[in-house]
Design a protein around this ligand. Structure first.
Ligand SMILES: C[S@@+](CC[C@H](N)C(=O)[O-])C[C@H]1O[C@@H](n2cnc3c(N)ncnc32)[C@H](O)[C@@H]1O
Length: 313
């Protein structure tokens, strides 16, 4: 366990952290074809690819900027198709899939169209969406606002950060994109955020069911209520769905995360000076890291409980 903790990033953010539940749901649904939207460094794509190889499935990954490693993997792996482009536009040219892992551009306009594309016609896939929790739940984020019609965007900022303790964006600290993506200036209101898009889509589809696991920015699962694998997915997710304990832990995690980002910003601005300020900040980082370790241990305990639960199921 200690070796795992040392390798683990301090600030957890990837879908990989939800592997037990996501692969549990995929084991139940047994998709033949999976479309993944957004691969970043490809860590989770590789896990999806391993699962696909072991289960006779094909993985299609849509990503505008794939890493050289992901490109190379696609060249040499017959059951891996890489589509270099942007969703939802890129989805139009693809065959329908049995499962979608949606983690691309986290805004209402994009996600609503991704869901509409996934469930077009008679399609009844399982869709797994990242960032249905704070900060993207009710506030758009844009990697490429130029790719979205003007009436599909909200006024946004490339520099400011999102702070879990206030609705206004902040100049120092908070969750910001370091010019990689912009975030909507306002939170809430109409057509704003990933969860808002999911809710709007579900309103038009009473035949679908939804579960949400609040940890690590939130993961949502959409599937037909009468899917043959529905009972297994419910069994897996219901202990986590709307868990107030998990909500509290995630709220605490993002607050600590924001504090670490703020301290990192301050250190950067101070030029990592050797003075007393830098030392005091380092002390505070250490204290936050200790709290983080406690959270990691709690998560490991929860994982063990989940493993026991899955074993007994
Ligand atoms: C949050 S990261 C994905 C992280 C990855 N799924 C994981 O959990 O490790 C988002 C990725 O989506 C990509 N992206 C942004 N806009 C996109 C779009 N319209 N279509 C597909 N991918 C997009 C970004 O380039 C980035 O690599």
């Amino acid at each position: 366990m200690l070796a795992d903790a040392v390798d683990e990033p301090l600030l957890l953010h990837s879908l990989s952290e939800h592997a037990e539940l996501i692969f549990g749901a995929l084991d139940a649904a047994q998709p033949r074809r999976i479309v993944e939207i957004g691969s970043e460094t490809g860590g989770f794509s590789k896990q999806l690819l391993d699962w696909s190889g072991a289960n006779g499935a094909t993985l299609v990954t849509v990503e505008p900027y794939p890493t050289p490693e992901v490109r190379e993997l696609a060249e040499k792996t017959p059951h891996f198709e890489l589509v270099i482009g942007r969703s939802p536009g890129a989805l139009a040219g693809l065959d329908p899939a049995d499962a979608y892992v949606i983690d691309g551009d986290h805004n209402h306009w994009t996600v609503l169209r991704e869901l509409r594309a996934a469930y077009a016609g008679d399609a009844r896939p399982l869709a797994i969406l990242h960032d249905v929790g704070w900060p993207c739940a009710r506030r758009d984020q844009y990697y490429a606002p130029h790719a979205i019609p003007e009436d599909g965007q909200h006024p946004h900022s490339w520099e400011k950060g999102r702070d879990p303790d206030q609705r206004e964006l902040v100049d120092v600290g908070g969750f910001h994109g370091e010019f990689e993506f912009a975030v909507a200036v306002d939170e809430g209101g109409t057509d704003n955020g990933v969860l808002a898009a999911v809710e709007e889509f579900l309103e038009s589809r009473p035949d679908l069911e939804y579960r949400q696991v609040e940890a690590i920015f939130g993961v949502g699962y959409v599937y037909p209520a009468d899917a043959p694998y529905g009972a297994r997915v419910r069994e897996l997710l219901d202990p986590w769905h709307e868990s107030t304990l998990l909500e509290r832990m995630e709220r605490n995690r993002v607050r600590l995360y924001a504090r670490v980002l703020e301290l990192q910003d301050q250190l950067r601005r101070a030029g990592l000076g050797s003075g007393r300020v830098a030392l005091a900040l380092e002390d505070r980082i250490e204290a936050l890291e200790a709290e983080n370790t406690a959270l990691r241990l709690e998560r490991a305990r929860l994982r063990e409980r989940l493993a026991g639960h899955m074993h007994n199921a």
